[in-house]
Design a protein around this ligand. Structure first.
Ligand code: GLN
Length: 490
């Protein structure tokens, strides 16, 4: 039986921990029991770490008893995407290649969660090496959407999204290279945040496309998102791309008024043929924001139709280089061969799944001499133009609002036969990675068949605070975030 405290948010349950209504060990046991009970249905996790979690909870209880070093996360169970290194705990990237890989150190974000006293319940399922939009490319299992178990949870951070949506964890960490936090958050009816490139350290994140990758949180509401951001954001000398800039107190910033903010609506993000339910829900959300005192301004991002093409040249190119390290020598799987070249080739043939191989081939092609100028270099030039469009739009507005995903959750197998149709899932999210800007998805509606719809809010570089403020005001005026999934098939 599910303990009702698991329905709560971090800010609510943290008060219960501090007032000793419940101990962290009790809460963690309840969370693990519920997690294990529904896991056969949802399948959010590759590795569940019950024993480690209970040890961490006992430590958190000492802190709570002493009333020392308390943070809103002290004693609270969270989940971690399986591409963030966890010392001594298997980190697979959902690939056969890393089936038995136990990192010798923690990612900085993991260290920061632990330092705050958070408890890790396990490592969540994902698309292999974060390549995908449905979590179906995982070598291990298919995570189900808690709102309809016949549908995908989105991807690539599908396990992180499903675990929070179904109360297996109070929050989780994911990564977003082209939409992998925002799109699964939209499809699972929760909040997902991709911070500005450089805002959160990526030390210990297994790289996919290094100029696009960013780590961020999933949470049940905006206040919890601010709590997670306060914990993980900030400079880290171990990541040379991490920005040495002051981090505002997001919890305080979030509560400021949004009156007078200007919100831009780019017409290119509402094309003919956009799913009607998505279009109606997002337009209603914009009207709601207007009623709360923001000014709505039409903006244009004329190069946005090229973003998907740019992304699917840049991301595979960077991936082909990053994944060269999996050669049977340094990490993970090794398949014996007659000589070293055969060993490399057998290892990579056996260790990577079809989507990863497709990306490596696309990227290697785009980077090869003779094609480099036509593809990779051209994509870099268009990347600059896309950035300039956003810079221009942000001269007029503080935030840009769009749909997060072009449709609600789709069914298993619906898009796996046609890679292009899967890539189109990212049409509204990839430009934010290309430009490095922060983007957040917040629940803003429900389809007739009971599947969540997400509103994407995009901000200026390093202005996460204004996004959280806008999202918080919207959330205070609506109830979408309070709905719970039924864990049922249709
Ligand atoms: N769906 C996109 C891809 O397959 C984005 C993935 C991600 O953000 N990690 O590349």
């Amino acid at each position: 039986m599910k303990n009702e405290l698991l329905n709560k948010t971090i800010h609510e349950v943290s008060a219960d921990l501090k007032s000793k209504k419940i101990s962290s060990v009790e809460l963690t046991k309840a969370a693990m029991d519920h997690l294990e009970e529904i896991e056969p249905k949802v399948q959010s996790f590759i590795t569940i770490t019950r024993d480690e979690a209970l040890k961490q909870a006992a430590e958190a209880d000492k802190r709570l008893a002493a009333g020392r070093d308390l943070t809103p996360l002290t004693g609270v169970p969270v989940a971690i995407k399986d591409l963030l290194c966890t010392k001594g705990i298997r980190t697979t990237c959902a690939s056969r290649m890393l089936e038995n890989f136990k990192p010798p150190y923690n990612a900085t974000v993991v260290e920061r969660l632990y330092a705050a006293g958070a408890i890790s319940v396990g490592k969540t399922n994902m698309d292999e090496f974060a390549m995908g939009s449905s979590t179906e490319t995982s070598y291990y299992k298919k995570t189900k959407n808690p709102w309809n178990l016949n549908c995908v949870p989105g991807g690539s951070s599908g396990g992180s999204a499903a675990s929070v949506s179904s109360d297996q964890a109070f929050a989780s960490l994911g990564s977003d290279t082209g939409g992998s936090i925002r799109q699964p958050a939209a499809l699972c009816g929760i909040v997902g945040f991709k911070p500005t490139y450089g805002r959160v350290s990526r030390y210990g994140l297994i790289a996919f496309a290094s100029s696009l990758d960013q780590i961020g949180p999933f949470s049940k509401d905006v206040e919890d998102c601010a709590i997670m951001m306060n914990t993980i954001a900030g400079h880290d000398p171990k990541d040379s791309t991490s920005a040495d800039m002051p981090v505002p107190d997001y919890l305080g910033e979030m509560k400021k008024s949004i009156k007078g903010l200007r919100i831009g609506i780019p017409k290119e993000f509402f094309p003919e043929g956009l799913n009607r339910e998505v279009s109606v829900a997002v337009k209603d959300a914009i009207a709601k924001l207007q009623s709360l005192g923001v000014e709505i301004v039409e903006v244009s991002l004329p190069t946005s139709p090229y973003a998907l093409a740019v992304y699917y040249v840049l991301a595979p190119s960077e991936a082909s280089s990053n994944l060269a390290r999996y050669d049977g020598v340094r990490y993970g799987l090794r398949e014996p061969g007659e000589n070293i070249v055969e060993m490399y080739s057998k290892t990579r043939a056996a260790g990577f799944g079809p989507e990863v191989k497709r990306r490596i081939m696309l990227g290697t092609y785009a980077l090869s001499s003779g094609y480099y100028d036509a593809y990779y270099l051209k994509a870099l030039k268009v990347r600059r133009l896309i950035k300039q469009d956003y810079d221009k739009a942000f001269e007029k507005v503080d935030v840009i609002a769009t749909p997060t995903a072009p449709n609600p959750a789709f069914r298993f197998g619906e898009k796996t036969g046609d890679p292009l149709s899967m890539y189109l899932e990212d049409v509204f999210t990839v430009s934010i990675n290309i430009t490095g800007l922060p983007g957040l998805s917040i629940p803003c509606g429900m389809s007739k068949s009971g599947l969540p719809i997400g509103l994407q809010l995009i901000g200026k570089a390093f202005d996460e605070a204004t996004l959280l403020r806008t999202a918080y005001a919207y959330e205070q005026a609506t109830t979408w975030h309070k709905q719970k999934p039924g864990l049922k098939e249709d």
